[in-house]
Design a protein around this ligand. Structure first.
Ligand code: IPE
Ligand code: IPE
Ligand code: MG
Length: 224
């Protein structure tokens, strides 16, 4: 049985769900947040130590302003209302991606990270304005500037995921088989599960089924 230490999720399908059931993409984002809450609880229940959630990519800025604003309002309200509770559940929140939002949101993100920084039950890496290519370029630039030797160890320490083990399991919901610029370096040996269901419909049974499937996979890492 494989140990499961880190789950990464591309939470895709909110917009389609919202259009289908409520005639509004934004309603899908709201429903998606309920799934986030459920998945956090289940991740703790399964004793998994790291959960990385793709919430907003560097490419998602291309979306209409109304949708982008809605998403960031949702995030702001979520943090304001839920950070105390996350903290009391001993959850550590870490933002990966570039924090270049409004000064108010940047501050809220920093405070949320600081408040929860000592927690050890579960680390949630929330990928916001995150893009893997930009993360990799940034690490290379630092290596170059510092005139450090280019090797895996030096390179990894300038990734946003330094101190976080690579994901064992990557899940993408929403019936789409692509990586959309997510953790390209870190998922070199992750087991990838593509889920047909849209993110707001993803439930405990689906999550448990994937975890069960993951545990049975023969992971080779190049060996036989
Ligand atoms: C993913 O759902 C969530 C974000 C990108 C914020 P989408 O909004 O991409 O949903 P679909 O893929 O359009 O259905
Ligand atoms: C990936 O979903 C980003 C997030 C889930 C936050 P997208 O819906 O943005 O991906 P593409 O554009 O369809 O590849
Ligand atoms: Mg999508």
């Amino acid at each position: 049985m494989n140990l499961l230490n880190h789950v990464a999720i591309i939470m895709d399908g909110n917009g389609r769900w919202g259009l289908r059931y409520k005639n509004s993409r934004n309603a899908g984002h709201k429903a998606g947040l309920n799934t986030v809450e459920k998945i956090i609880k289940l991740t703790i229940k399964n004793n998994i130590k790291y959960l990385t959630l793709y919430a907003f990519s560097t490419e998602n800025w291309k979306r209409p302003k109304k949708e982008v604003n809605y998403l960031f309002n949702l995030l702001e309200n979520f943090l304001k209302n839920r950070i105390e509770d996350l903290n009391s559940q001993k959850i550590k929140l870490k933002i990966i991606g570039t924090k270049s939002f409004t000064p108010k949101l940047n501050k809220l993100l920093r405070l949320s990270e600081k408040k929860t920084s000592k927690n050890k039950k579960l680390q949630i890496n929330l990928a916001l304005n995150y893009g893997s290519k930009s993360e990799i370029m940034n690490a290379l630039k630092i290596l170059n500037k510092n005139k450090e030797k280019v090797n895996e160890k030096n390179f990894s320490k300038y990734l946003q995921t330094k101190d976080v083990p690579d994901p064992d399991l990557l899940i993408r919901t929403g019936n789409t088989k692509r990586l959309s610029n997510f953790l390209l370096w870190q998922i070199a040996y992750s087991e990838i599960f593509f889920e047909k269901k849209l993110w707001p419909d993803f439930n405990e049974k689906d999550y448990n089924k994937i975890i069960k499937g993951f545990k049975k996979v023969k992971r080779n890492f190049g060996n036989i």
